[in-house]
Design a protein around this ligand. Structure first.
Ligand code: 2HG
Ligand code: ZN
Length: 462
């Protein structure tokens, strides 16, 4: 460790674990975006809040930028360290600190995986209902930093709804204890909510108190085949008005093609252009009859061409794999990702316009559509055509995102629904946020991070 700044850090915090091996810099310097070459200064792996504070104070003394780092499963480049930053990995701070049965809260360190939170809640007969495919690898701190959504937002809302308290080490090294697990707290600005979704630009989340809830009633999973795009919202309405939906997700035949190529089991003999996976409460005969009524209404109207309902947990998991396996099945193509949202009511017009626009501008692209229809959130993955170079592809995809941004502006949508802005969507933030809003965000950052050291260059340029 020849860098004098790192020597000073080790001296200031003798027990701090530091890594500087090239393989570590490579591993901790990137997230799932894979588009930037990792080049961090070093990796710090603190084991306590005090160590985090000491690292941040050192960073202020030496003006070293910090990239807070969880599971690095992000898809917007929010956890990339490609410019001599210190990666502050929270992976050693991964414990459950407290369970409170009366408050129904779980207090955890930020580096704990989402799945470990699920398991800890289940051990106490409760659930933490935020859920998505990266559950095994992502950290709770990262999910707070992006206000992650996932597959059950339609029923339970985003991460924001479930964070009852936070501890934050600010960019100047102060420790803030925000909201302390209170349900009601009408005492001015709720700084907790400012931190949620701030992508590590205001400080480091070092502890979270999460709300838990009752386990959901027994449910069924149904896979539906749809003949066309324009019936999608009709099918959604038919199911939502009859059933308590836990999830309502869609994907295209192209998405299914990739998941099947990745080892999933083919659901229907025939192929269909669109598919829906929906999960709903099905604990009794009334609910089961309602599900059948929804299905039959869709069949009679010609909105659904085929369907299968899960008969066991194993089959439910198999059906879910068709949707949840999409991201992994596309990973080897290094797809360019878009994660956009509009109000549910604007979805039909937005979908139609966007499909036409992309078809016209880039007919050669393999565009894989899927997402959380029930939340107005679409994922549009563009795969790099053979023969198109990296630089050309990124430029074309930038143009795709510009077109999307213009369409989103017309429909009042957002350029990032649940993945965050990070580096990938930074040039397009103005499609969703006004200049005045961004100026206010910059001002807030200056208050909490006066030297601009917390994840600089992510979300916006300081
Ligand atoms: C999902 O909904 C995730 O599966 C990932 O948000 C989406 O890979 C994507 O574009
Ligand atoms: Zn998603």
């Amino acid at each position: 460790m020849s860098d004098p700044r790192l020597q000073a850090l080790q001296q200031a915090v003798p027990d701090l674990r530091l890594k500087t091996e090239p393989a570590d810099l490579e591993h901790y310097g990137r997230d799932w975006t894979r588009r930037w070459t990792p080049a961090p200064l070093a990796i710090a792996l603190p084991a306590s809040v005090e160590e985090v504070q000491a690292v941040v104070r050192w960073a202020n003394q030496h003006r070293v930028a910090i990239v807070p780092s969880g599971g690095r499963t992000g898809l917007s480049g929010g956890a990339v360290a490609a410019d001599g930053e210190l990666v502050l990995s929270l992976e050693r701070m991964n414990k459950v600190l407290d369970f409170n049965a009366v408050d129904r809260t779980l207090t955890v360190q930020p580096g704990i995986a989402l799945e470990a939170v699920h398991n800890a809640a289940r051990d106490h007969g409760l659930v933490y209902p935020v859920d998505f495919a990266a559950r095994g690898s992502c950290s709770i701190g990262g999910s707070i930093a992006t206000n992650a959504g996932g597959i059950r937002v339609i029923r339970y809302g985003n991460t924001r709804e479930w964070v009852a308290g936070l501890k934050l080490v600010t960019g100047s090294g102060e420790l803030l204890t925000l909201n302390r697990g209170l349900i009601k707290n009408s005492s001015g600005y709720d700084l907790r909510h400012l931190v949620i979704g701030s992508e590590g630009t205001l400080g480091v989340v070092v502890e979270a108190t999460l709300r838990l809830t009752d386990p959901p009633p027994p449910s069924n999973v149904m896979l539906l085949a749809l003949p066309s795009f324009d019936v999608l919202m009709k099918v959604f309405a038919a199911f939502r008005e009859r059933l308590q939906l836990e999830a309502f997700e869609f994907f295209t035949d192209r998405a299914l093609h990739h998941v099947l190529a990745h080892g999933a089991q083919k659901p229907f003999e025939e192929t269909h252009p669109y598919y829906v996976v929906t999960e709903f409460a099905a604990g009794d005969e009334i609910q089961e009859a309602a599900a059948m009524a929804a299905f039959e209404a869709c069949m009679e109207n010609g909105w659904v061409s085929d369907g299968v309902i899960s008969q066991s947990d194993a089959q439910a998991a198999q059906l879910w794999r068709l949707r949840e396996g999409i991201t992994e099945s596309l990973a080897r193509y290094k797809p360019y990702k878009n994660d956009v949202s509009v109000r549910i009511s604007a979805m039909p017009a937005f979908l139609e316009e966007t499909q036409a626009l992309l078809g016209q501008a880039y007919p050669q692209f393999d565009v894989v559509w899927f997402g959380h229809i029930g939340d107005g959130n679409l994922h549009i993955n563009v795969l790099q055509p053979e023969g198109t170079g990296d630089a050309e592809f990124v430029e074309q995809c930038g143009h795709v995102t510009e077109l999307l941004g213009q369409t989103l502006k017309r429909h009042g949508g957002s350029i990032s629904a649940e993945h965050g802005i990070g580096l990938v969507k930074k040039p397009y933030l103005d499609s969703t946020r006004s200049d005045e809003e961004v100026a206010i965000m910059r001002g807030i950052k200056r208050v909490l991070d006066p030297n601009g050291l917390m994840n600089p260059g992510k979300l916006f340029d300081s």
